[in-house]
Design a protein around this ligand. Structure first.
Ligand SMILES: CCCCCCCC/C=C\CCCCCCCC(N)=O
Length: 660
């Protein structure tokens, strides 16, 4: 296969489109000009006057340039502009002809894209209906009994044969189908699940660590016979995946039964769980709000208790954001511990080497995460992917009773957390204090620069070129239209727009982020960026060491689940999660509380200086009652066991508080 799966046609089409769109107005103006270029000047003048007097200077500059251009054209003698009507008609016809061609190819292409999407949607719908018709019948009392088990209990019963894997599968399938009707987290059911479950019911298989446990899996995980698109329909063209990815192989080897594939945002680089193929997933706690992303389908299915163990991935918060919005637990391991390649490289040209994605488990308690990690960190995985360091789960660290020194912060210095989130952290810290851990205030370094100058520059280092070429053969989801549209402009215009946006939003990060998404210019710049990331990691580590911390506890996100469609105004919140991707530190989330009426009233005092704060005030002053809040627990690289231990301490501490 070539360097990229993306076809040359898409690139050419994009280049042609840009060329026509930006040159044709000028050609048309030339075509309409008299020998002195007067018509151009008149037109420009009237356009500029329409925009306002402030444009006078701009008009003068452009007008002078045109006069010079026309003169130059005349001097070369290539075109005779002296009132030559025929020539102007020819130019105008060529331009209009090219436009018609472009329009025709656009309509044709859109038709094909829509047909491709419809085909996939029909097949997913058929799969779901098929399951609805043919689901294994289990009495509803039995279903309730199975669904009420926690992970440990279900595993014990499966092992003893008190519950069969087939029954467990049917129970979760039933629940998932019912909940999916209101939440739309399902991409498609896994057809082989029943056969896998039957296999688990063989007595000889019962000792496998995850035998018979139904697991839900994010759409980007490679599974033989299924599409992995990340919400980009252009990737449907490459057909279904030929081989299970490493983690899917490992899960099956351990006896888990993947039973559904779950939804993601288009491109997975945002946390609005919506795309043109599978539609929009909503939050189990409030149907008008989103479940987060990019593992949003996982957040929703676990939040609705229709799965007991899910698998997602995270390059900027994709495990933690949906966990926080849907009130579930997750562990984002160090990228590398479960494989640094993860499953986010859906397209070869999308991979960069500085900030790596990682797969990770999501669940409804800490114990499940611990058992999942213990299970997958096995020789089978280390053999399958020799790049994964063969480090089994360190039970000693997890079970240690040593009192911990834990750093904490309420704000990362950029977007202020809403009162419900602050209260959640208060409760977690109080719980930890009651359990005799030592708490130390921790001040994080400049997260604004970390986000724009390191995270965005690394993740969009190619100036978003690869992604934009993919969009030449795809529909754009409304949740990212604005940003994709902006990337259609030439870079210098995007740069100007970025300064305007800083001014409009009163927030330098928005402009810096836009400029960062224009990419690094050269290999030298990339090396420089690499140096900056290394330096940032080094100085953060030093701060951590100076305070002799075992872990850090902080907000997962500054706000709770936002209304669907609002994420594009709230991107600033991601500094809380992206920090630990840039650092490559493991981090996990623990649900601690839910937003109360008092928290909503306290929103009156929330700042509203920057645009993002104004939007937060607008979206979170009402209709947030009952929405979950989690805290984020962070450890040093490859210390997932320490993170899980702190998560358990928070879980126990908060439970004690609630009881007292
Ligand atoms: C031109 C391409 C447009 C892509 C859309 C990007 C929209 C927002 C840009 C930057 C924000 C970064 C948000 C990171 C959240 C990532 C979630 C994850 N996959 O871990």
């Amino acid at each position: 296969m070539s360097y990229s799966r993306q076809s040359l046609m898409c690139r050419c089409y994009g280049a042609m489109k840009k060329c026509f769109v930006f040159t044709s107005p000028f050609l048309l103006l030339i075509a309409g000009a008299d020998k002195d270029g007067n018509l151009i000047q008149q037109k420009l003048h009237s356009i500029c006057c329409m925009v306002g007097e402030g444009c006078k200077y701009l008009y003068d500059v452009i007008s002078d340039t045109f006069s010079w251009g026309i003169q130059h054209v005349q001097d070369t003698g290539i075109f005779d502009c002296n009132g030559n009507l025929e020539l102007r008609v020819i130019i105008a016809s060529v331009v209009l002809g090219a436009y018609s061609l472009l329009l025709f190819s656009y309509v044709w292409k859109s038709r094909n894209i829509r047909a491709r999407i419809r085909l996939k949607q029909d097949s997913c719908r058929a799969s779901i209906n098929d399951l609805k018709k043919n689901i294994i019948q289990v009495p509803s009392k039995r279903v309730e009994e199975i669904l009420s088990c926690n992970f440990q209990e279900l595993r014990r019963r499966l092992k003893k044969g008190e519950v069969t894997a087939t029954e467990a599968l049917a129970a979760f399938q039933q629940k998932a189908l019912t909940e999916n009707d209101r939440l739309n987290f399902l991409v498609e059911p896994v057809k082989e699940a029943e056969d896998l479950a039957k296999d688990c019911d063989q007595k000889t298989n019962r000792d496998r660590p995850l035998n018979g446990i139904p697991v839900s899996i994010k759409e980007n995980y490679f599974m033989e016979g299924y599409h992995s698109t990340g919400g980009m329909s252009t990737l449907l063209k490459y057909g279904t995946v030929k081989e299970d990815g490493v983690l899917v192989k490992v899960l099956k080897h351990l006896g888990a039964v993947p039973f559904v594939r779950t939804n993601i945002p288009q491109l997975m680089m945002t946390f609005e769980c919506s795309n043109p193929i599978y539609g929009c997933t909503v939050n189990p706690y409030n149907l008008k709000r989103g479940p987060g992303g990019s593992s949003g389908g996982e957040g929703a299915i676990l939040g609705a208790e229709a799965s007991i163990l899910g698998w997602g991935s995270d390059i900027g918060g994709s495990l933690r954001i949906p966990s926080h919005f849907c009130g579930v637990y997750c562990l984002k391991p160090t990228a590398g511990r479960l494989g640094s390649k993860s499953n986010e490289e859906l397209d070869e040209g999308l991979v960069q080497s500085l900030i790596n994605p990682t797969p990770g488990p999501m669940a409804r308690d800490v114990d499940t995460l611990v058992e999942a990690m213990k299970a997958v960190l096995c020789p089978f995985m280390f053999e399958l992917d020799p790049e994964i360091p063969p480090i089994p789960f360190n039970t000693e660290v997890y079970e240690s009773k040593k009192k911990l020194r834990i750093g904490y912060y309420y704000s990362d210095g950029y977007v202020t957390c809403i009162p419900g989130v602050k209260r959640g952290l208060d409760e977690a810290l109080e719980g930890l204090k009651n359990r005799k851990h030592e708490l130390v205030e921790f001040v994080v370094p400049d997260v604004r620069a970390m986000f724009s100058e390191l995270f965005c520059k690394a993740c969009f280092g190619d100036g978003s070129e690869h992604v934009m070429n993919m969009f030449n053969d795809d529909m754009v989801d409304p949740t990212i239209t604005l940003i994709v549209l902006m990337h259609q402009f030439p870079k210098f215009i995007q740069k100007y727009l970025s300064y305007i946006s800083t001014w409009v939003t009163n927030d330098r990060v928005t402009g810096e982020q836009m400029r960062a998404m224009l990419g690094v210019g050269s290999v030298t710049d990339w090396w420089e960026l690499t140096g900056k990331v290394i330096e940032f990691r080094k100085s953060f580590l030093q701060k951590w060491k100076d305070l002799e911390l075992d872990a850090v506890v902080c907000p997962t996100f500054p706000y709770v689940a936002p209304p669907t469609g609002a994420v594009k105004y709230l991107i600033g919140g991601v500094t809380y999660t992206t920090l630990y991707n840039v650092l490559n530190f493991p981090a996990g989330c623990v649900p601690v509380t839910k937003v109360t009426a008092v928290d909503q009233i306290a929103m009156q005092d929330y700042p509203s200086n920057m645009a993002v704060e104004k939007f937060i005030k607008k979206y979170f002053s009402a209709d947030t009652g009952g929405l979950p809040v989690t805290v984020q627990c962070v450890g040093l690289p490859y210390q997932e066991e320490m993170v899980l231990r702190v998560m358990k301490e928070v879980e126990l501490g908060v439970a004690d508080l609630k009881q007292s």
